[in-house]
Design a binder for this molecule. Structure first.
Ligand code: FE2
Length: 268
């Protein structure tokens, strides 16, 4: 893998639970460059209670970070973005420009769901977003407790127009064995559109795509890895449309979910 693009990371200093200074942000970007990540989307957390002026602060810090990155000659392009915490009127928040879409190009919306419960009306929100021609990108579905309890729920994200972004840390086992098993199974069945680092700091949760690639290259076809680490991300940058994966027929699906059941049995 020559070059990779990371669509989910927290890079803006003193903004969310990401880096605490520009120096930390720059250190993260150096680490990204070292592993061949040439473009990133700085997807800071955003929720419905954050005041609108926060967008101004976000973009001014982003501009400053871009300047410092160029001054230090770090070869990484930073696109804008937000990891929007689910709320009932996401499409309105996005439509009225209260929060940036990926690259601020008005197509791809990265959404995070609560860890422990699937909010009522989640499907409606996805439906309304797609009706407005947005493409919801579901952040790390493999980490949600409701999905781990009942993996078939992941189909609802896809049925309602979502495409799935898996965290690299899930593949490496950073969030436990069950999440790792589910992550691998979703990858083997090619339900995932993107792997991202969800990096937060230069130490601990940092950029890990090179490691993830090394881990997966014997397990998955090279072409699919190229798609989920570079080509699909490039399609966002080129403002092209990515389609949700085609869900398999019912009998094939039961095959997949049987596999999930089998893999989960020992720890459930
Ligand atoms: Fe995140």
């Amino acid at each position: 893998m020559q070059e990779m693009i990371d669509i989910h990371c927290h890079l803006i200093p003193e903004f969310d639970d990401g880096p605490k200074s520009y120096d930390e942000s720059l250190e993260m970007l150096r680490q990204a460059a070292d592993q061949g990540i040439r473009q990133v989307f700085a997807t800071s957390h955003f929720n419905e209670w954050i005041p609108a002026q926060i967008e101004t602060e976000y973009f001014s810090k982003l501009a400053e970070l871009r300047e410092k990155t160029a001054a230090k000659n770090i070869q990484v392009t930073i696109h804008s973005g937000a990891e929007i915490f689910y709320h009932h009127y996401v499409e309105n928040t996005v439509k009225t420009g209260k929060v940036t879409t990926l690259g601020n190009w008005g197509q791809y919306v990265l959404i995070e769901f609560p860890m422990f419960q699937m909010p009522e009306g989640a499907e409606d929100v996805l439906f309304r977003l797609t009706a407005e021609k947005y493409i919801p990108v579901i952040a790390h579905p493999e980490r949600y407790a409701v999905i781990i309890d009942r993996p078939r729920r992941i189909e609802n994200f896809i049925k309602f127009g979502g495409i799935l972004q898996l965290n690299g840390g899930s593949v490496l086992g950073h969030f436990g064995k069950d999440i790792q098993k589910l992550a691998l199974l979703l990858l083997e069945n090619q339900w995932i559109h993107f792997i991202a680092s969800d990096a937060h700091a230069p130490n601990g949760r940092t950029f890990i795509l090179r490691k993830v690639y090394e881990q997966l290259k014997e397990k998955l076809p090279e072409e699919y890895l190229q798609n989920i680490l570079f080509n699909h991300q490039k399609q966002i940058i080129d403002r092209l449309i990515l389609e949700p994966v085609k869900l398999p027929e019912e009998d094939e699906k039961s095959g997949l979910f049987q596999q999930i059941k089998r893999r989960f049995k020992p720890s459930n």
